[in-house]
Design a binder for this molecule. Sequence first.
Ligand code: FE2
Length: 199
Amino acid sequence: MNAVEELLVAFRDYLLSRSDPTLGHFIQGFAWSMAERSLAPHDLPVAAYLRKPRRLGNGAERVLFDKLADAADMLHWAQTYSITDFGSDFLQRYGWVELFGARGHFASEEMAGGFLLLGPEVHYPDHHHTAEEIYIPQTDGSLWSKDAQPFLPRWSGEIIHHPSNIRHAMRTEDEPLVALYLWRGGSLAQKSIISGRMQ
Ligand SMILES: [Fe+2]
């Protein structure tokens, strides 16, 4: 198995080890055996945060984080936004990888999943999309807002559910954010709509 295949196995095993009912419903019946695409590695500045040692404890999130770090150089890191959306600072500290989905390293039209990275001191403004989404931060202390409510700190392993079209935003302070995401329903490749702005 190559490092990307090992990451998919770790991703699946991590989710199946969790007993949260919302997550269980979200992934119920998903076919984890997917065809691998030959996707060229694509590096981004934000991926550098995976190469620095982190204080992540010894839990299940640590196991998954290590597999992500091992595969980081083989992954196709991407960005949805351009410089006109949130500026160049944001693009230096933002990126994601689709491990599986309509475009990812493994092919699925049913559900997409991967990781979002944000560097320190980033504000990812309010946005929404048709797809329903689950985020599980793998790092501590990022701040999350849902449905225009105040930002709240979230911790490694917390399950954050965004129903279809609900507004949400994230912020980081001193520490970067690494978050697992799952996305299903709606277009698996839709660009998020930035709240309050015409696209
Ligand atoms: Fe989202």
